[in-house]
Design a protein around this ligand. Structure first.
Ligand SMILES: C[S@@+](CC[C@H](N)C(=O)[O-])C[C@H]1O[C@@H](n2cnc3c(N)ncnc32)[C@H](O)[C@@H]1O
Length: 300
């Protein structure tokens, strides 16, 4: 059986016999940037293995060296605030969804969900976790944020949980502007990213961050060298990360036109080792809104 994606033909039989990273990578190349309806029976043919646990055993490792799945309900004020506003009238984009904890919660609320991630393997795992009816409301999108093909004002909610730290400052600026464009007026926006004051590199890196900020640097957290500051996680992370303070991230979100409702640290204590000394400042996050322009309704 062969299938056509982007005018090229893929022989799925090779994928069935070798449901490994290579076969999936091939499929991903054809699928790149496309959006799949999770109810498409074609996707039943692609097998995905259970994700690998991290070295602490508390999270799952991504297949593409983009960190760990840490989105969870009941331990993270930003995720909890976001999820409780969802219902069957919501249309949600989950950027960098990973194995899809936030997408799954959104689907369970009755919402329509576009789950976006670079790794199709992650999205296929999520697809395997939802039932037949839920698949009809789920779309799998393998585009690279910020360049996603999303219609303006088509979404009520956007989540970007632990993906901004993989972007340069200029990519983030474009991404925030796109999120503002994609949301309907009144829409809600959640963002969480790696903190510049994580205990593992607070003393070694934060003084440099402050220095760059004081000398007028627009992106003082660009970049943290992973081999130097988080060597034991290098196997599961890119070589460098863009780290933030709550205020810096909130400022950039405000510049993009959003109104911040809440901005603070987010604890990822439960994902570390008990002797690591985590203090609850491992990540930073915000909840923001695209507040409708009051003048818009009176304009002719
Ligand atoms: C640290 S994981 C976060 C997963 C999940 N959101 C969570 O917080 O548990 C980051 C995810 O973002 C995806 N990713 C990285 N850069 C991306 C980009 N530019 N566009 C879309 N996805 C991206 C990776 O494939 C990875 O699955």
């Amino acid at each position: 059986m062969s299938v056509t994606f982007n005018n090229a033909s893929v022989d799925l039989s090779s994928l069935y016999s070798d449901p490994s990273a290579n076969a999936l990578a091939l499929f991903f190349n054809f699928a790149s940037g496309r959006c799949y309806h999770a109810a498409d029976p074609l996707l039943d043919q692609l097998q995905v293995n259970e994700p690998q646990k991290s070295w602490t055993g508390h999270s799952w490792v991504t297949v593409n060296r983009f960190g760990f799945e840490t989105a969870s309900l009941g331990t993270n004020w930003a995720v909890d605030s976001f999820v409780k506003t969802l219902d069957d009238k919501s249309s949600v984009l989950d950027i960098g969804a990973g194995y899809g904890a936030i997408s799954k919660a959104a689907i369970k609320s009755g919402a329509k969900v576009v789950s976006n991630d670079l790794a199709l393997e992650h999205l296929l795992w999520l697809r395997g976790q939802v039932d037949v009816e839920e698949k009809t409301r789920l779309y799998l999108n393998t585009g690279r944020f910020p360049d996603l093909d999303i219609a303006p004002e088509s979404l009520t909610h956007i989540s970007a949980h632990r993906v901004f730290h993989f972007l340069s400052g200029s990519e983030l600026e474009l991404g925030l502007a796109n999120c503002f464009k994609w949301l309907k007026p009144g829409g809600m926006f959640l963002g969480v990213a790696m903190s510049a004051t994580h205990v593992r590199f607070r003393d070694a890196f934060y003084p440099e961050y402050e220095q760059r900020k004081d000398s007028g640097g627009r992106w003082p957290g660009e970049w943290l060298d992973v081999a130097t500051h988080l060597p034991e996680q290098l196997h599961a992370l890119p070589d460098k990360l863009h780290v933030f303070t709550p205020d810096k991230l909130a400022d950039e979100v405000t510049k993009a036109g959003f109104t911040i409702a809440q901005s603070n640290f987010i604890s990822l204590k439960q994902f570390g080792k008990s002797d690591e000394g985590r203090d609850g400042k491992e990540a930073v996050g915000f909840i923001a809104f695209k507040v409708p322009d009051p003048a818009a309704s009176t304009r002719v």
